[in-house]
Design a protein around this ligand. Structure first.
Ligand code: ADP
Length: 499
């Protein structure tokens, strides 16, 4: 393990970030704020307005009012598309500045954070086309009748976002909703709210009318819960834990809200003995550890075909030890810290659980540079894991990999499917017949053969089992953020002769 020192005391409190409500940056009505920390130092880098129910209500009213005035939904489709593209352009122009904020707020290596901001721009550019896509159909009907159905925006969409890809997911969740004419109230994760302040300003600069895009900061139980329970928010889109997703569904049932959920995962990463070894090892390191393992599709269960296990695991562990963990601002850094002290405690708890449960710690398990105050942890690999162990079943959300073996496709499918999640699965094989057979039987919304995390914005997917509800990305997102309206017209058909 090469360890660079975490950054020093350069970050100080310089900024107060407010909500964006109705086109204005406003503090909470109560005046309450909370601190946002740099996970690489544990120090506060900004104060942030803490939204209570009354602030959420103000944001929803602003969004609703903008929707009812039709300033956005009633704009010519080409005009809406142009503004969406302009937002994408502005994000690209400011990627360095936003990326630096994102890196300080999340601990992501600087280059990675900046690349993610650039990628986020594509969500506005791509979904701009949804403003102009056909959105309805006509239906065969009786003579003298004309029947059509079309998609309409919900009105106000509540978007609740996690901390692992703050800026990227803010765009991911809001761009498709905005493109089809909705207004949005976005609630960012309390661990990483800073980059979204830039998005709120830039959206106005691009020409989106005030009140269409609103941001409220705060925690889950107060701010998020107020948004979920608001009766004027008929559509919710949430990315986060399965536990919170269930709670959102429960609360939403009172109003029969439409709920889109992207939840946890325990992605199997399956290496067959016919795989290209070099690619399989490089790709498995990437999917297990990238973003410090804080991705819902991280390949955290490595299933290796029994005969290939020893040589693959030996090389994998050797290369895992060389991953550079440390200062996110240093050019060679590959992994930054975990997001928070709570997350560090959760991950080290699972490592302890793995040890106690009888798995073999092949590498890692320790903290890195803990004296400097950051939440750094070593890439960790457990071998001799059995499918019933907690580290093999539960989402850890850290750089902790469980290695298991199988001998046949049948056994690989059985182990892979033996969890409550069904988000993604990765296969490493040169046998395409095997890839198709496996993909048919794996319980997951997206399968990657020889290409983990391949998810361009035009490719749709949907979490299965306890990993999600509703289609995401691609043209499918048009349906996710609209509901159906049907109109039947009798313009010369028979007269009604009832009673
Ligand atoms: P994690 O466990 O990774 O922090 P969470 O699912 O707890 O993920 O959080 C994801 C997002 O959901 C955050 O923005 C958080 O504030 C919000 N959240 C947490 N609890 C609730 C809740 N009860 N209602 C609405 N939003 C919530």
């Amino acid at each position: 393990m090469q360890v660079a020192e975490p950054p020093g005391a350069s970050s100080t409190t310089t900024e107060t970030v407010n909500h964006m409500i109705g086109g204005d940056e406003v503090p909470s009505k109560s005046g309450r704020t909370f601190g946002s920390l740099n996970p690489a130092t544990g120090r506060e880098i900004a104060r942030v307005a803490f939204g209570e129910a009354e602030d959420v209500d103000a944001a929803v009213r602003a969004a609703r009012e903008a929707y009812e005035r039709r300033v956005w939904a009633g704009m010519a489709p080409g005009g809406r598309a142009r503004i969406m593209r302009r937002i994408g352009d502005l994000i690209r122009e400011r990627a360095d500045v936003i990326g630096a904020v994102e890196s300080a707020d999340t601990g992501k290596p600087l280059g990675q954070a900046t690349a993610e901001v650039t990628l986020a721009a594509d969500f506005f550019t791509y979904f701009a086309t949804h403003a102009e896509l056909p959105d309805g159909r006509t239906h065969p009907a009786d003579a003298g009748y004309f029947v059509y159905s079309k998609r309409e925006p919900y009105g106000v969409v509540g978007a609740i976002s996690p901390w692992n890809y703050p800026f990227l997911l803010a765009c991911w969740k809001t761009a498709p909703a905005l493109a089809v004419g909705n207004s949005v109230v976005l609630k960012m994760a309390e661990q990483s709210p800073l980059s979204t302040a830039h998005l709120g300003r830039l959206v106005l600069e691009a020409g989106m009318p005030a009140g269409v895009f609103n941001v409220v900061h705060g925690d889950g139980p107060t701010t998020g819960a107020a948004l979920v329970a608001h009766p004027d928010v008929p559509k919710l889109t949430f990315t986060g834990s399965t536990a919170v997703g269930k709670e959102i569904l429960r609360v939403s049932s009172q109003w029969i809200k439409s709920v889109h959920l992207e939840l946890g995962g325990k992605t199997p990463n399956i290496i067959f003995d016919d795989a290209d070894r070099e690619q399989a090892i490089a790709g498995s390191l990437f999917t297990a550890f990238y973003n410090t393992g804080q991705i819902c599709t991280s390949g955290t269960r490595l299933l290796v075909q029994r005969d290939a296990k020893d040589s693959i695991v030996e090389q994998f562990v050797e290369r895992a030890r060389k991953i550079r963990v440390g200062d996110p601002t240093a050019p060679g850094t590959q992994l930054g810290p975990l997001i928070s002290r709570e997350q560090l405690e959760r991950v080290t708890g699972y490592i302890e659980e793995g040890r106690r449960g009888g798995a073999t710690l092949a590498t890692g398990g320790g903290l890195v540079g803990s004296g400097a105050g950051g939440y750094f942890i070593e890439p960790t690999v457990f071998t001799d894991v059995t499918p019933d162990m907690r580290i093999a079943k539960e989402e850890i959300f850290g750089p902790v990999l469980s290695v298991m073996t199988f001998s046949s496709e049948e056994e690989a499918v059985r182990i892979a499917n033996d969890v409550m999640y069904g988000l993604a699965a990765t296969l490493w094989t040169t046998d395409l017949g095997r890839a198709f057979r496996m993909a048919d039987r794996l319980e997951a919304g997206i399968i990657w053969t020889n290409c983990p995390h391949y998810l361009p914005v035009n490719v749709p997917y949907e979490g299965h089992k306890l990993s999600g509800l509703g289609e995401d990305l691609g043209v499918e997102a048009q349906n996710t953020f609209t509901h159906l309206k049907t109109h039947a017209i009798n313009f010369g058909g028979g007269k009604l002769e009832w009673a």
